[in-house]
Each structure stands twice: as C-alpha cells, then as structure tokens.
Write a protein that binds this ligand. Structure first.
Ligand code: 3H9
Length: 694
C-alpha cells in the first residue's frame, strides 16, 4: 500500500508514501479511500490530516498510468476526492514542497488546508497536453478567484504557497513543524460541529467573468495554435462559471478523456519522460561518484567558446577563457559583455549581476593558467590537426583528474582522445549555436571515456540547464548524422521538381521552426559545401545531388553574401524567392537528365521526416543512442522539431512503422532511390506491429 495510516491523540494521519513524488496511482488512491473510511469508523478519531512523505505532498496523477487500465480503475482520483470531501470528520491537508496537478486537486477536496512556505503549487496538466481532470478547473477558481486560477491553469506555472496566503486555498501558512501545526489545527476543527466547508460550495465572484474569459482566450489563440489543451482549459473553467459546479465537472471530465488520447498529449508526455530518461545512462549507475567541478576553462573565445563560457558563469562557476591572440581574447570578452548588456536592456539582468558574471571570467593567453581547471572545454577550429595541438598541450598542463572535453561536431572523438595519455578523461561536449541559448548538449562518449567522467558531465549539464543526451562516436553523432539524410533528400527534391520555398513552406507547415534552405542560408551554404567535399572523398560510393555545389560555385553562401537559396535585402533577414536560383535549378535538372515533376507537400514532409527516422533507427541499432527518446530529445531541443509531434522517432511511431516502411520502399523505387537504405530494425519492428518507443 502506498499510503501510511497512524493516529495521533484522536487525529488520524494519512500519509501518501509513493516515492519519488507521491504520484496518485491506483494503490495510492485506494489507500486514501481506505484511510478515510478507517478514520470515519474509528470513534476515537475526531479529525484527519492528509499529508505526503518525502519530497512532495503529491506531484499529481501517476502519468505512467495514463492510457492504461489502471488510470480508470476504481477508485479513480475523482472517487477518492469525493470520499475525502464527503467525510463527516474534517480532513486537513498538510501541504509542503510540491502540490501539483491531481495532488492539488486532492487538497482542494479537503475541508481545510495548511501549508509550509516555499511549496510549489500548480495545475501543470496543460504542459502535458491535458487539463486538470479531477475538479481543478472547478475548485481552483472557487478557492483563489477566477483570474488567478485561470492564469495558473492555462500557464501550468507553479506559484509559491506563501504567495497564495490570504486566498481561500490556505487556512494557514505555517513556519516550523508542519505536521504538528496541522495536528493542532485538526484538533481545533475536529471539536467544531459540521458540516465542514467544501470548496465546491463557494461562488465564483467576478465583475465581468465573460469578458475576462474572452480576454484569456484571445491571448491563448496566438501562442497555442498547435495545442488543443489550453483552449479546453478555458472552456472547462467557463462551463463551471456558466453552468455551475456539477455540470462544469462533467464537462471537465469529458475534455480530459479526449485530450489524454491526443497525439499532442502523447508527445508532451514523451518529452517529459524523455528529458528525464536522457540523463540516465544504462551502464552508468545513478550512484556513480561525480568529480567536483569548481573551475572551468574554455579554449577559444569565438562565438562558440564565448557562448559556452556564459553557460557556466550564469550558473556561478568561474571560467578561464583562453585565446591565442590578445585581440581575439578582447573581442571575445567584449562580445560576452555585449550579450549580457542586451539582457540588462530587456530588464532580465541587473547591471550588478552583469558585473558579477564578467568578474567570473578570467581571460588568458597562457595554457599554464589552465592548471587549476576541473573541466576544460575546447572550442577551436574544426580540424583534426588543430585539435591535436590543443589536446597535446592540455595533456601537459591539465591537472590530474581534470576532464578534457571537445566541442567537436564532426571529428572522431577517439582520435582526439588518443592525442592524450589520458583518454579515459576525454569526452565530447557538443554545444549548439548560440551555445548560451540552445538547450541541447550532445555528450559524446569515446570508447575509453570513464563512467565517472560521464556522470560528472551529465551532472554539470543539469547545473547549466542543458538537456544532455549521450551519443556514441560516429560521423556527425546523433543530430548531424541524421540531418545529413534530411538535407540529401531536400536537395534531391530540388533536382526532381521542387523549389526551395516550396520545400521550406511544407516542412514549416509541418511545424519545423525553419526549413532546410532558409536554415542553410542562415548558417552559410559554404559550411555544408566544405562537409560535402570531405564526404565525396571519404564516401565516393554515396550519391549526393550536386545542386548545392553549383549554388556555392556562384558565391551565393546565404545571408552573409546577400544571397543564397533566396535573395536578401541589406540589413533584412527576410527570404525572397530568387528568379536566378530558380533558373539555375531548372537548368541543373536538365543537365542531369531529371524530368521535373510536381512534388506534393505530403511527399516533401515524408521524405524529410522519414529520412530522419530511418537514420535514427540505424543510430539505435548501432547503439550510438541508447533509446529512441534520446534521439527525439536531440531533435526537440536542438533542431527545431515541433514539440507537439514529439520528435522524429515518436512521429514515425504515430504514423505507424508499417506505413513508414511502405513509404520508404516507394521512394526507394524512384529516381534517387538509392539514397534510401532502409534500417533493418525499422522493418523488424514494423513486422511485429511495434514502434521505436514501445
Ligand atoms: C494529473 O495530475 C492529472 C489530473 O489532473 C487528473 C487525473 C484524472 N507521475 O522531475 P523530477 C517522476 S497529471 C509519474 O526529476 P524534481 C519523474 O519521472 C500530473 N512520475 O524531480 C522522475 O522519475 P525518475 C500533473 C512522476 O524534484 C521523478 O518523479 N503533475 C510524476 O526536479 C522525479 O522527477 C505534473 O505534471 C508524475 N506525476 O521535480 C507534475 N512527477 O526519477 C510533473 C514526477 O524515474 N512533475 N515523476 O526519472 C514535475 O513537475 C516534477 O517532477 C516535480 C519534481 C516538480 C514534481
């Protein structure tokens, strides 16, 4: 049983005890009902305290039960709350640490609530693509007022308990021993005659409820167009305002049941668990001791190195920043300062905090100054010879036990590690540009990287608020290896009949932040060109469309040269379709003997996204990624894949691998079909009717 029951001088204490966060799974719900009934039947008990053991009152419904029979098995949460609310002996919730979702809904079903300060109070269901389904949309507005409640429900954001003091949510905010205070409160109300107050009986007072609801609805329309849940949250609150508690509750239930089945909710829950799962490495136990990181050093003060350094100083970790020339060093520090000044201008940082952060940076030109660093991250030019010089030098100056990290995005980490006499201390930390903004960090595990180095890097990644995903060593690691197949398809489609704007539009409509051609113009087409030139040498057997090379030969490198796949006006990033490029593409098709045809948006999306999923499948099979959700996290946090679709692997699962396989085989039988080498595990899973994430 996930609930403890004791009595203390005439008060029953029901303690949720379902680590880690007292999720309200079936056995917890059953335990609550049993506890209330036991207390009701015990003549010596006058009141009941309901609280949570460990680090939460309750984190809400057990999300892992969703869409399983347990979720709807009695007692449901609605039943448990009904039993609590119907108790003739007063129930006092003693809330600390976290009361979220169903946990808060349960507390709203009690007659009285006392809370410790600093507890996070939230109805975060909307972040999982659902709405509070156990009365939250009905009781919270009655407890704290329509405006505050609607804001909490639609945003899902937590509010500190002390901020809600004086509302109908809390009868007392208690400094000191919460349980003792709750017991005293319970004894007091236990001595009073019932009936005890129920939140459901309160009125929702608002001078212009309809107007306010419409105001919130207008605000949500712009930001939540791909997510149904925020709209349903508003509808459910409105139903209660207009039609009363019981009808509102029934409507809320209906909305909950339909939202929990939506692909958007599945995607958001996948991302919630995927984020947490990414930090767990199958063969690195969670109790692996991490090394202490007190001082970091970054080599290279360019855009990347500067951005990396900012992550650490933002987290209060001092950074030594090394460059080879004084001028580059000064420029690097000046850029960091400028970035922070931008944040100050936006009002998100105080001028004092800016100075504190800059003071945490020690610029240097000397490798000797890196001797005290616990973690050294190299962000120098992407060439093996340059890395060799850096790592050989690091091997001389770094202290014993220091972690030596490379920010390489394409080079073989094992070869880099071999430049040192301590390959066990070498790891990849692949940040994404701009490194101070992007959430993703690919942690590259070399064949000799030690487990405690990995554990340390995962821990420090959390500290600097990155989503860290472990990748094995391969060309491009997880993210760039997959994107190469996506770009290959995009280029083939130009050759076969599409134009850049059509490809971009189709995939942006699917939900990508930016299509491949706008993206390439932003990053610089010369970068891809350089990579392809290397590819032609290393993999002469691989078939690429040479159409992008022809563009580059004309010097159209993108925004920085005023033109790429699109035309740009000076000082403006707007992409305008280019007549010149269209002519070039049509001529190219002719030159390679390709018959141009109309390509549908559906084909564009399938070829781009299935190319990602197919390569992802190979990455899984080779053990480069340890789970499909890791691949999805890379794409959600680093490549602008639409969150509501859950990443390329979950999207393939949603389409069904049988259908994905059929589509790939169809494309493989057409011109340029040799680019499709279907992943054996995709075929195998499709045959079994399973998905990557099952
Ligand atoms: C709901 O309540 C629906 C109802 O309205 C209606 C029902 C009919 N379930 O985040 P952490 C796990 S929907 C299952 O690392 P922290 C989490 O996966 C729910 N598991 O810790 C992780 O597991 P592991 C509404 C859950 O201290 C571990 O707990 N509630 C749940 O940084 C630790 O999590 C929410 O949306 C759960 N509800 O933060 C709250 N919650 O160790 C979502 C957590 O195996 N949760 N786990 O990786 C949170 O926001 C944070 O987890 C919390 C703790 C603030 C609670």
């Amino acid at each position: 049983m996930a609930v403890d029951y004791t009595t203390r001088d005439g008060v029953a204490v029901i303690t949720l005890n379902n680590p880690p966060v007292n999720g309200l799974g079936l056995s917890t719900r059953a335990g609550i009902v049993e506890g209330i009934e036991r207390a009701q039947n015990d003549a010596s008990v006058t009141a009941i305290v309901l609280t949570g053991a460990g680090k939460a009152f309750s984190g809400g419904a057990d999300i892992t039960e969703f869409n399983t029979p347990k979720a709807t098995q009695e007692p449901t949460l609605a039943t448990a709350i009904q039993v609590v609310e119907g108790s003739t002996k007063p129930v006092v919730a003693a809330i600390h640490s976290v009361a979220m979702g169903g946990g808060l809904e349960l507390a709203l079903g009690t007659h009285y609530r006392v809370a410790a300060p600093g507890a996070q109070i939230a109805l975060p269901e909307v972040k999982l693509g659902i709405l509070p389904g156990a009365g939250g949309t009905q009781r919270l507005p009655r407890a704290i007022g329509l405006e505050a409640a609607l804001n909490m429900i639609v945003s899902g954001a937590p509010v500190m308990s002390e901020k809600l003091a004086g509302t109908g949510l809390f009868d007392e905010i208690v400094e000191g021993d919460l349980l003792e205070a709750a017991l005293a409160f319970a004894r007091k109300v236990g001595a009073q005659a019932g009936p005890h107050p129920r939140v459901r009986d309160r009125k929702i007072e608002h001078p212009n409820a309809e107007g306010f609801i419409q105001f919130v609805r207008n605000g949500v329309a712009g930001v939540a167009k791909n997510f149904p849940a925020p709209h349903k949250c508003i509808d459910a609150v409105e139903a209660g305002v207009k039609n009363g508690f019981d009808k509102g509750l029934a409507f809320e239930r209906e909305c909950f049941m339909s939202l929990v089945q939506t692909p958007e909710s599945r995607a958001l829950r996948h991302a919630f668990f995927g984020e947490r799962a990414a930090s767990k490495i199958p063969d690195v136990p969670s109790d692996t001791p991490a090394r202490e990181i007190r001082q970091v050093a970054v080599i290279g003060a360019g855009t990347m190195g500067g951005g990396i350094a900012m992550n650490f100083v933002n987290a209060g970790v001092p950074v030594t920043l090394l460059e080879t020339k004084q001028e580059a060093l000064d420029r690097g520090v000046a850029t960091i300062r400028k970035n922070y000044e931008g944040t100050v201008k936006k009002g998100k940082l105080t001028p004092e905090a800016l100075e504190q952060r800059i003071a945490l940076i020690t610029p240097t030109l000397s490798y000797e100054d890196l001797g005290n660093a616990d973690l050294i991250i190299e962000a120098v030019f992407e060439e093996l010879g340059v890395k060799e010089q850096v790592f050989k030098r690091l091997d001389e100056v770094a202290k014993k036990g220091a972690i030596l990290a490379s920010n390489t995005s394409t080079l073989d980490l094992d070869r880099i590690a071999a430049f040192t006499k301590r390959p066990q201390d070498v790891v990849g930390m692949h940040f994404f540009s701009p490194a101070n903004v992007m959430k993703l960090l690919e942690v590259v595990r070399g064949k000799e990287t030690s487990k405690d180095v990995l554990a340390t890097v995962m821990k420090i990644a959390k500290k600097i608020k990155k989503t860290a995903v472990v990748s094995g060593v391969c060309d491009g690691f997880i993210g760039n290896r997959m994107i190469e197949q996506y770009i290959r398809q995009a280029l083939f489609m130009l050759e076969e009949g599409a134009l850049p704007a059509q490809v971009d539009r189709a995939i942006e409509k699917f939900g990508f932040a930016m299509g491949p051609f706008r993206m390439s113009d932003l990053a610089g087409n010369d970068i891809g060109w350089a990579i392809r030139k290397r590819r032609y040498q290393e993999h002469p057997e691989m078939h690429y469309s040479k159409i992008a090379d022809r563009l580059c030969e004309t010097g159209r490198f993108g925004q920085k040269t005023g033109g790429g796949w699109y035309d740009y006006k000076a000082g403006d990033r707007t992409a305008h379709p280019s007549k010149l490029v269209e002519e070039m593409i049509v001529a190219f098709s002719k030159d390679v003997g390709a018959e141009r045809r109309k390509i549908s948006d559906e084909e564009i999306v399938e070829r781009l996204v299935f190319a990602l999923a197919n390569e992802g499948a190979k990455i899984l099979e080779e053990g480069i990624a340890s789970k499909a959700s890791d691949i999805d996290m890379v794409y959600l946090t680093g490549y602008g894949f639409p969150l509501w679709r859950g990443g390329p692997m979950l999207y393939a699962d949603t389409v069904g691998l049988y259908n994905v396989e059929r589509a790939i085989r169809r494309y493989a039988s057409r011109p340029n079909g040799d680019a499709w080498q279907i992943a054996p595990n995709l075929v195998e899973l499709a045959a079994k009717g399973r998905g990557f994430n099952d």
